[in-house]
Every structure is written in structure tokens, then in C-alpha cells.
Design a protein around this ligand. Structure first.
Ligand code: ZN
Length: 486
């Protein structure tokens, strides 16, 4: 009961609050509150100057505008354009403050703004590479002027010859605001799931993925991004068609198992995947420094036997439960590195670099978001770097982790049939299978996480419902220097 209510809670959170945060952040309206507009009618310059001066005070971020009608302190330089409904801009000796509304301010350091100039002298419009010499920017550089224009902030910099003019669109500044960050770190919401996903698992059709235009491919990749897996129905049950499907995302990552692989239970490679044994939920390639990002597989045939159901478990869902119910376990899983190996073949001996391995849970160093689950207890090497004082708590932690992974609430069992391929995010969703008899022919491929993210970003530029992520029709041939991905 606890678990299913936790799931509902998580789904509600990820579908409502996250998306509303995103749309709020991207909104292009910068209307002011009524009280300030009333004050503006009396004395617009003073109100705005006082509010923007307040924004340049050290942290914490001001929650209320300063409605004082006293002029700003004389040492403060205020350069701004007052035009209704434009963000307010002002500066002190270190930073420019941009007021989106009376309560939301972003501060940008002068050095940061100069370093991020996107004019064609400072940033190559085609290659999208920095041309400005960052190390020639004086550390104490100050603008000659900052001005709020209709489309963005104009900053004039002193220069030996003519002043250098930089321009930053409002949407770009808002997207890249770091003091404070205004954007949700994750542009695409994740939907965490448990066993109930069986009621409507994400599925797309082979034909829509394979059509040239791309919206079907975008839908497929979005599903993978949101759910960590997606079925593709109507795939011709051949290795050739499955390989073409894989290549819609990017080039296939070759490993010791081959490029596009096909296997039966013949132990042709020294790995339990090539047997009829049951396999518990695991991620692949824990023995790589960079485990494969996506894994696609397709059951081509199963004759003279039964069994071999596929198991999928959302590692992010299980991690969220562990974090809520057993924070100390979550902490250990996030900190203790686990070594691993692939050593069943005489000709290869894989271990990650460094060989002490990586923690089960890896996080974004900037945002703290969970990024990767790496778990295969069968491939684990000797725990020779485990601190003596941690041995018992570490075994308790993986026992708890295992019991949450194998809970009926977490496990999604599905019997694959020829014609339906499944693709999983190997950094998030664990997979396994039940034992089987007879002859099973499976084929599939690995695709790198970077290839997947790149394709998803390119398709978002074209098809995203969010206008800030889309490249406009006219400039479709060349990516904008203001792309939120740069
Ligand atoms: Zn420039």
C-alpha cells in the first residue's frame, strides 16, 4: 500500500509540478505586480531604480521589492531604460541585475556576460565555438552601459578602438540564469513507474519511427527519455529490420559481443546471457567505464519450449523509494564504489577505470539529480577497497536495495513476442528474464548515451512543443547561437 501510494505521489509530482515549473520558467511575459505599476505612474524611475538596487545587494535573493521612494545611494551606477513590460536592468561594479518581475531577479557578473558574448567576433556563428579570448578580459571589466531593449539586454563594453556591443535575448538570459538558477535542471520530465505500468506501457509503431520526417522518431525518443523504456510494435521479425530500427537513433556501439548481435542459448560468449538461466534485474556493462546508454532487443523466435519472460524494473523509481524510506541506505549506495569485471572470455578482461569502480547511484554534480543506476551483483568483483567499518552497513544496504528491486510492486514482467522490440535506458531501467527451455533467438544492439541525447536534442529543435527549444523555420538550416543546448 505504501509503495503504490508513493508511486502515485511521484507520478503526480512529475507530471504536474515539474511541467508547470518548466512552463513558468519559459514564459515570456514579464508583467509587473499592480502595486509597482501604481507606483510607477507616480515616479517610474525611482521605483525601478530602488528595486534594481535592491537586487544587487548580496544574497539572500530579495523576496519583496523595495518600495522606498528614496533615490539609490550615490555610489551606485544605475543605467537603465524604462519601458513598460520590459525586464529592468541595472548594474553595480561587479554585476548586471535583470528584474523579470518584482520578485524575480537574475544577476550576471560582468566577466560572465563578456565571456558569453555571442556576436560573430566573439563566437563562431557556424561552428558554435568561442572566439573571444577569455583570458584577455580584464578581471575588473565594467560595462559603459546596459540597456533593456525589446528583445533583450544590450551591453556596451569599453574597448581600445570602438566600444564593443553585446546583445543577449531575454529568453536566453532567463534560461541561463545562474544567480539564482531559474530553470528546472531537467527539461524533460521523468515519469517513474512500478509494476502497474503494465496497464499502458509506452509503445510506438515501427512505421511511424521509420518515416523520414521524424515526428514518430521524436515520440519514440521522448518515451525513452520519460519512461526509460519503450516498445516498438510491428517490427518485421528479422535481424535486418531490427538493425535498421536501432540505427534510427545513432550508430551502434560495438562491444566484445559484436556490433549488432544475435544470440541463442549456446554459450557462444562467456556470459550467462547466452544460457537458459533466469537472470535477476541488472544493468549491463557495470564493468565498463561508460556502460552502454541504450539497449534494444527483439525476440525473433522461440520454438519448442516456454518461459523466458522479460523483467523490467525502473531503477529511478526504486531509488526514490529507498531515498524516502531508507536515506542511510541511499547514501551508502551513492558513495561506495563497486568494482566489476567481464572475464568469461580468454581474449578479454574488462574492468572499469578506475578499477575500484563506481557507486550504484551516480548523481549530477551540478544539480544533485540521480543520473545513473549501475547494478549487476553477478558481475561484482572482490570488494577489496571497502572500509572495514562499512562492511556490515554496506551488506545491509545492498540487501535493502535488492529487496526493493525484487518487490512485486517494482517488477514489470512481460512476455515478448516476435514483432515487438523493446529499447531500454541502461542507465536507469534494469532488465532480467525468467528461465526458459527450447530455442530462443534474440537480436539487438547497444547505442551510446551521447548518441541518444544528441538525436533527442536535434529532434527537439524541430518538434518540441516548447517554442524556446525549437529552431525557427527560417533558421532551420543553421542552428541558432542562442540554442538552449549550447
Ligand atoms: Zn562580442
Amino acid at each position: 500500500m505504501l509503495r503504490s501510494s508513493a508511486l502515485r505521489h511521484i507520478i503526480e509530482q512529475s507530471t504536474s509540478s515539474r511541467s508547470s515549473v518548466t512552463s513558468r520558467c519559459f514564459r515570456r511575459s514579464f508583467s509587473q505586480s499592480t502595486s509597482v505599476q501604481l507606483l510607477n505612474n507616480l515616479h517610474p524611475n525611482l521605483t525601478r531604480a530602488a528595486a534594481s538596487a535592491a537586487a544587487l545587494r548580496p544574497r539572500p535573493v530579495p523576496q519583496q521589492p523595495n518600495h522606498s521612494r528614496n533615490p539609490p545611494p550615490p555610489h551606485q551606477t544605475i543605467a537603465e531604460t524604462v519601458a513598460d513590460d520590459l525586464p529592468i536592468s541595472s548594474m553595480d561594479n561587479k554585476r548586471v541585475a535583470v528584474g523579470w518581475d518584482t520578485r524575480t531577479w537574475s544577476r550576471f557578473h560582468h566577466i560572465w556576460l563578456r565571456d558569453h558574448c555571442r556576436c560573430s567576433e566573439c563566437f563562431h556563428p557556424t561552428t558554435k565555438q568561442r572566439l573571444v579570448n577569455t583570458f584577455e578580459i580584464p578581471p575588473d571589466l565594467q560595462p559603459l552601459a546596459v540597456e533593456s531593449k525589446v528583445d533583450g539586454l544590450q551591453v556596451t563594453w569599453p574597448s581600445a578602438s570602438t566600444p564593443h556591443i553585446s546583445f543577449y535575448p531575454w529568453s536566453w538570459l532567463k534560461h541561463n540564469s545562474y544567480d539564482p538558477p531559474l530553470m528546472n535542471s531537467d527539461q524533460n520530465e521523468k515519469i517513474l513507474w512500478g509494476s502497474k505500468i503494465e496497464q499502458s506501457p509506452p509503445t510506438v509503431k515501427y512505421e511511424e519511427v521509420m518515416t523520414d520526417e521524424g515526428p514518430g522518431l521524436y515520440k519514440w525518443l521522448q518515451n525513452i527519455d520519460k519512461f526509460g523504456f519503450c516498445f516498438v510494435s510491428g517490427v518485421p521479425p528479422t535481424p535486418e529490420a531490427t538493425e535498421k530500427l536501432s540505427e534510427r537513433i545513432g550508430f551502434i556501439r560495438e562491444t566484445q559481443y559484436g556490433k549488432f548481435w544475435e544470440f541463442t542459448s549456446d554459450l557462444s560468449k562467456g556470459d550467462t546471457a547466452y544460457t537458459t538461466l533466469a537472470l535477476g534485474a541488472h544493468t549491463d556493462n557495470t564493468y565498463f567505464t561508460d556502460p552502454c546508454g541504450l539497449q534494444l532487443f527483439h525476440l525473433l523466435s522461440h520454438t519448442d519450449g516456454s518461459g523466458g519472460a522479460t523483467l523490467l524494473v525502473d531503477g529511478f523509481y526504486v531509488a526514490s523509494i529507498v531515498k524516502e524510506l531508507h536515506p542511510e541506505v541511499y547514501d551508502i549506495l551513492s558513495r561506495v564504489p563497486v568494482p566489476a569485471h567481464a572475464a568469461g572470455e580468454q581474449g578479454s578482461l574488462y574492468r572499469p577505470s578506475p578499477s575500484t569502480g563506481y557507486p550504484v547511484l551516480r548523481h549530477d554534480l551540478g544539480t544533485g539529480d540521480l543520473m545513473q543506476v549501475r547494478w549487476n551483483n553477478d558481475d561484482r568483483s572482490v570488494m577489496r577497497r571497502l572500509e572495514g567499518s562499512l562492511v556490515e552497513s554496506w551488506y545491509n544496504a545492498i540487501r535493502t536495495w535488492h529487496s526493493c528491486l525484487t518487490s512485486p510492486d517494482s517488477e514489470y514482467w512481460v512476455q515478448l513476442t516476435p514483432g515487438t522490440a523493446v529499447i531500454i535506458n541502461n542507465h536507469r531501467v534494469l532488465h532480467g528474464r525468467s528461465a526458459f527451455d527450447g530455442k530462443r533467438r534474440m537480436c539487438g544492439a547497444y547505442i551510446g548515451m551521447d548518441e541518444f541525447q544528441s538525436k533527442l536534442a536535434v529532434l527537439s529543435e524541430k518538434f518540441s512543443p516548447n517554442p524556446d527549444l525549437r529552431v525557427s523555420e527560417e533558421s532551420e538550416k543553421t542552428r541558432s547561437v542562442w540554442s538552449p543546448y549550447l
